[in-house]
Every structure is written in structure tokens, then in C-alpha cells.
Design a protein around this ligand. Structure first.
Ligand SMILES: *[C@@H]1O[C@H](CO)[C@@H](O)[C@H](O)[C@H]1NC(C)=O
Ligand SMILES: *[C@@H]1O[C@H](CO)[C@@H](O)[C@H](O)[C@H]1NC(C)=O
Ligand SMILES: *[C@@H]1O[C@H](CO)[C@@H](O)[C@H](O)[C@H]1NC(C)=O
Ligand SMILES: *[C@@H]1O[C@H](CO)[C@@H](O)[C@H](O)[C@H]1NC(C)=O
Length: 580
């Protein structure tokens, strides 16, 4: 590292001394082969227009991280004093030098750019393939996804002027291969309702300690209320919004949230609230929310039914992200950029997302920028909740593997990852993804937990996971046999997709009571969750394994573990823990 840095310094001097020379190029990113499941099918047509994004180096991302922890750590004087968008942008924006250097290079090449983030840390350009190849000494080619036949234009290597390396994080999309939207894991699959479903009447009265036996075979909002002491009384604060991410899955069922299915669900499973309770629709990147009933999405229906059905009275926004974005990340970055740019009045205080990637699908640099976008939204006061994935230690879904596959965005240290449990006596679900990141180091809030887990398992799974990576999930919630309405029928679904919206609902209800008491919302949760006070509000889950990659995976045990995290929440205790 030291050698590389001083080499770079001398290149800079050289460039400064001879400004008219052709810029010395340096390989900026490369990989030896495409992501698995893809192959190179042809050269990209020279005249084809490419839209590329240039991530500029933020001027003080470490400063933003410090500020995030200050407002998120209950022990800090600044706890709850979330940043303004201007304060966030001041940390994230590129330096004037960076902007000038990059603009000069682009204009030398006759290329115009426009900023696509509020802080201007990401620029977008549109140029033909031939010019992109020349500009970046690249070889943009057409890569095909074997399973679906869908194609994308990528390069396995590109260079930038060495003098610009201190200013540019990366060009994108170049080396990242997000799998076509159809194989973004849909963490839930509908299966037929059992011949005889037990009749379940929601408990209108406050929870008793006994969970109805029917909750072992079909989980409903009433079951969750009973498991976790969640109140049934409606929230009162209209400013406290809960956002639900919806991504379109092109080759599969479209992920549209159906209002009639929601009504049917509420009529049957929340008879104590108005069956007309619904969501507000927000769209970006050409998103829509078609209401043809047969086109409802299982995932989208699940997500709106278990937010509106559990976060009683909290205003829910379904955010439909379409296919017309150009973030090269299926809209994952665009949705965050959109929310960062919103006013506090419309920005949700909790965002739940039940979609994700295998970490290795994205390059380290792209994953880092995505995770830093979550850092920005967290600093503004939004709690980001992600499902941990459904493949146990094999990642987002069951697949063959040698080494364990972590999931993104769940393993970004600035989000809260939710795993799954099942049963009346809760046990970690075998599909509940968990493990350790290869990209993100262990954040301090969980360092003692990760160290003690790794020491407790000894040599088990040695070499298959990264002992210095961020451990996930952070918490767990029921995620098996959730009863949902889909295309006018009831059915059961499994997956951490069930767990994430349920946990998001609990946090939203806490926020409602905090706002009512004149206190700030919770924002980035993890420093609180892992504090002595926070963790005491969770039931530790000590059994269950998450097999995958031809192993038994990890085992749940006393304390934090990479299947169930800190355990499952108890609303009554959480209320006390947040000072209500
Ligand atoms: C931010 O929002 C404003 C209007 O509220 C809009 O004009 C601008 O284009 C947005 N910026 C980005 C980067 O989305
Ligand atoms: C999305 O892009 C497609 C193809 O360019 C276009 O036909 C469609 O109208 C766009 N949708 C929206 C809502 O902008
Ligand atoms: C393990 O994780 C650390 C921390 O994020 C990272 O620096 C390292 O490269 C990872 N190792 C591998 C083999 O991926
Ligand atoms: C939740 O906490 C309350 C208050 O401490 C306690 O009475 C109740 O038994 C707890 N419920 C569970 C399921 O642990």
C-alpha cells in the first residue's frame, strides 16, 4: 500500500510538470471473469449509447460516519439529533479540486456530465461504446445471463488517468453484474393453504403471555401481536411514515401491491381496524402499481399486508421502483438518492426492504458506495431494515457453494438485518441467512458479540467465512408460514421477507409513541440495539441452524449469533428501553 501511494505521488508530479502530455492511464478496477451465471457473448456495438455514472470521492465520509454514530448512540450527548440534508451533503460532496479535475478531463474529451445525487458526488454521462472504450481503455462487451438470456454491457477492466485516481471512486456499471431482476431473490413463495386452516380471530384485547396454538401453523398479525406484545391501538402521529420498497421483477410476477388483496386481508385478519386502510403510492424510475388482481406480487402483497396489518395506524408508503433507472443496481441506489433528497415531512422514518443481492455480485467499491448511501439516510434519521436472505449460509437463496456467501445490503454496517425464527417456542429458521461480510469490517457496536461467537464455535466452518467481517443478522422475527392474501386467495409464505416488514412495523410503532412524547425518532438502530439496554429488550434465541454450502451452517447459541442475531423483540421492553 505504501509503495503504491508514493508511486502515485510521483505520477502526479509528472502530470503537473507536463500538462500537455497525453494523460498517463492506470488500471482502476479489473476482474478476471464475469460474475457466475454470466458469459461474454459478443463485443458491444460501437455506436450503442452507454449511460455511465462516475462516483467521485466524498470529501469526508469518515466525518459522516462519526456524525452518524454520535446521533445514533444512546450514550452520546447528540443522540437523536439527526442531521439535515445540507449537513449530510457537506460531508459527501466532492472537493472543488475533484470536481475541477474530472470536469476538465471530461471536457477535453467533449463529454458533458450532470450530477445525479443531491450532494453532486455522482455524475452521469452518456457516450457511445466506442468512446467509452477509448476514454477508459476498456473493452465493453455484451454479457449474457445464462438462466434468463438477458444481456448487459459490461467490461472486465477499465483505466482512468492516474492523476484522477485520488478523485474518482469508480465508473459504473462496469464490473458489477447484478443478476437480472427475476433472480433478485424473492424471499417468499406462495404455497397452497393447508386443507383445513385453523380459524384465527385476532386478539382485540391486549396480549396475554400465551400465544394461540394456531400460530404454530399460520402466523397472522394477531400472532405477531401476541408473540411480541405489539399493541393493537392505532398510532396517532401522521408525520411518522413507514416506507416499503417495491422492486419490479421483470421475468416473474410483477411486484405490484394489490389494494383488493389488502382489503381482503384486513377484513379477515384485522377486523378491529378499517378494511379500507391502505398505502400511499410513490414511484420512481418509471415505477407503476398496476391493480390487475392476477398480477399482484407475492412479495409486494406480503410487505404491505404485514406493515399496514401490524403497524396499526402508521401511514405506509409503497415505493415502486421501475426499470427505467440507470443506477446499474436495479434501482437500489436510486430509491435511496430519492429519499435523501426528500423533505423531512415526506421522508419515511423507517424503510423496509425484502430484496437483496449476494455480496459477490457487486464489486467492493460499488457495495461501499451503496452502503455509504444508507449511512446518509441513517444520519437523516431513517431506520433501514433489510431481510437477511433465505439461503442459510449460501446467501440470498439455496445454491451450491464452497465458501459461505454473505448477502447485501443486509451486511452493510449501517442497516439493520432481520433473520427469521419459527415455532411457538422460537427456533432459528433453517433458511435464515447469516454470517460475516467479506467487504465490511466488524463495526464497534458488535465487536464483542462477534468475537465471542467466533471463539465459542472454535474451528467449526473454519476457512468458509471471514472472521473479521461484519456479522449479520442483527435481530430476528417470525418468518415461517405467514398468512397472506394474494390474487383473492389466502396462502402461506416463508422467508426473511416476512420478518423484515414485521420488525419495521414494531420500530414504526415505537417511533409513533416517541413522536407523541415529543422525542426524536430512532434513526439508525444498531448502536441502540446492541447496547446493554437495547439487547435486554430481546428474547435470546439459542437453537436452530442455517445449513448451506454442504455444511450444517452456523448454530444459534446464547448471545448474538449469525442466524437470529440478538433474538426476537419484546415491544413492552423496547418501550422501556427507548425511555417511554
Ligand atoms: C431533488 O429534488 C428537487 C426538487 O425537490 C429536484 O429538482 C432535484 O432534481 C432533485 N435532485 C436529485 C438529485 O434527485
Ligand atoms: C420505461 O422505458 C420504456 C422503454 O424505454 C418505455 O417504453 C416506458 O414508457 C418507460 N416507462 C415510464 C413510466 O417512463
Ligand atoms: C475479510 O473481511 C475483511 C474486512 O472487511 C476484508 O478486508 C478482507 O478482504 C476479507 N477477506 C476476504 C478473503 O474476503
Ligand atoms: C415481554 O416483556 C414483558 C415485560 O417485561 C413481560 O411481562 C413479558 O412476559 C415478555 N414477553 C415475552 C414473550 O418475553
Amino acid at each position: 500500500m505504501v509503495l503504491a501511494a508514493s508511486f502515485l505521488a510521483s505520477l502526479l508530479l509528472l502530470a503537473a510538470a507536463k500538462p500537455m502530455d497525453k494523460r498517463a492511464m492506470a488500471v482502476h478496477e479489473s476482474r478476471t471473469e464475469p460474475a457466475r451465471g454470466f458469459f461474454k457473448s459478443s463485443v458491444a456495438p460501437a455506436e450503442k449509447e452507454l449511460t455511465l455514472r462516475i462516483a467521485l470521492k466524498p470529501n469526508d465520509i469518515a466525518g459522516l460516519e462519526t456524525a452518524l454514530y454520535q446521533v445514533s448512540d444512546p450514550a452520546s450527548d447528540l443522540y437523536g439529533q439527526h442531521l439535515t440534508p445540507e449537513e449530510v451533503a457537506a460531508f459527501v460532496k466532492p472537493t472543488d479540486d475533484s470536481l475541477a479535475a474530472v470536469s476538465e478531463w471530461l471536457s477535453e474529451n467533449g463529454i458533458s456530465s450532470k450530477p445525479v445525487t443531491p450532494a453532486g458526488d455522482m455524475l452521469q454521462i452518456t457516450i457511445p461504446v466506442s468512446q467509452a472504450n477509448e476514454l477508459l481503455s476498456a473493452e465493453f462487451s455484451v454479457f449474457m445471463h445464462v438462466e434468463t438470456g438477458s444481456t448487459s454491457i459490461r467490461t472486465l477492466e477499465y483505466s482512468i488517468p492516474a492523476s484522477l485516481q485520488p478523485h474518482i471512486d469508480f465508473f459504473h456499471p462496469t464490473l458489477s453484474f447484478t443478476r437480472p431482476l427475476s433472480s433478485i431473490p424473492k424471499f417468499a413463495a406462495i404455497r397452497p393453504q393447508p386443507a383445513k386452516t385453523p380459524a384465527i380471530t385476532p386478539d382485540a384485547t391486549p396480549v396475554s403471555d400465551a400465544v394461540p396454538a394456531s400460530c404454530a401453523t399460520a402466523v397472522t398479525p394477531a400472532c405477531l401481536q401476541s408473540f411480541y406484545n405489539i399493541p393493537t391501538t392505532p398510532a396517532t402521529q401522521t408525520s411518522n411514515k413507514l416506507g416499503v420498497s417495491g422492486f419490479i421483477l421483470v421475468f416473474d410476477f410483477q411486484q405490484w401491491a394489490n389494494s383488493l388483496d389488502l382489503k381482503q386481508f384486513l377484513t379477515s385478519l384485522r377486523p378491529d381496524i378499517s378494511s379500507s386502510t391502505t398505502f400511499t403510492l410513490q414511484t420512481l424510475d418509471g415505477g407503476v402499481n398496476t391493480q390487475t388482481r392476477s398480477q399482484a406480487g407475492v412479495e409486494a402483497n406480503l410487505d404491505v399486508q404485514y406493515t399496514i396489518g401490524v403497524a396499526t395506524g402508521v401511514p405506509v408508503t409503497f415505493i415502486s421502483v421501475g426499470e427505467n433507472g440507470s443506477d446499474g443496481l436495479d434501482g437500489f441506489l436510486d430509491i435511496i438518492t430519492t429519499l435523501i433528497n426528500e423533505s423531512a415531512a415526506t421522508r419515511p422514518s423507517v424503510l423496509t426492504t425484502s430484496y437483496g443481492f449476494d455480496e459477490s455480485d457487486l464489486t467492493r467499491s460499488v457495495a461501499n458506495t451503496l452502503c455509504n448511501a444508507y449511512m446518509q439516510l441513517g444520519a437523516l434519521g431513517t431506520s433501514l431494515i433489510f431481510s437477511s436472505g433465505d439461503g442459510g449460509v449460501s446467501g440470498s437463496q439455496s445454491q451450491t457453494c464452497t465458501n459461505f456467501i454473505p448477502t447485501l445490503p443486509s451486511d452493510c454496517p449501517f442497516v439493520t438485518s432481520v433473520g427469521s425464527v419459527g415455532g411457538i417456542t422460537e427456533v432459528g429458521s433453517s433458511f435464515s441467512s447469516g454470517g460475516f461480510s467479506n467487504y465490511f469490517g466488524i463495526p464497534s457496536y458488535q465487536s464483542a458479540d462477534v468475537a465471542s461467537y467466533i471463539s465459542a464455535i472454535g474451528t467449526t466452518n473454519n476457512g468458509k467465512y471471514n472472521k473479521t467481517g461484519r456479522g449479520f443478522p442483527d435481530v430476528a422475527v417470525q418468518g415461517e408460514s405467514f398468512e397472506i392474501a394474494w390474487d383473492a386467495q389466502f396462502g402461506l409464505v416463508d422467508g426473511t421477507s416476512c420478518s423484515a416488514p414485521s420488525f419495521a412495523s414494531i420500530i414504526s410503532l415505537l417511533n409513533d409513541q416517541l413522536v407523541a412524547a415529543g422525542k426524536p425518532v430512532l434513526g439508525f438502530l444498531n448502536p441502540f440495539l446492541y447496547s446493554a439496554t437495547g439487547r435486554a429488550a430481546f428474547n435470546d434465541i439459542t437453537s436452530g441452524t442455517n445449513p448451506g454450502c454442504s455444511t450444517n451452517g452456523f448454530s444459534a447459541r446464547a448471545g448474538w449469533d449469525p442466524i437470529t442475531g440478538l433474538g426476537t423483540p419484546n415491544f413492552t421492553k423496547l418501550k422501556a428501553a427507548v425511555g417511554l
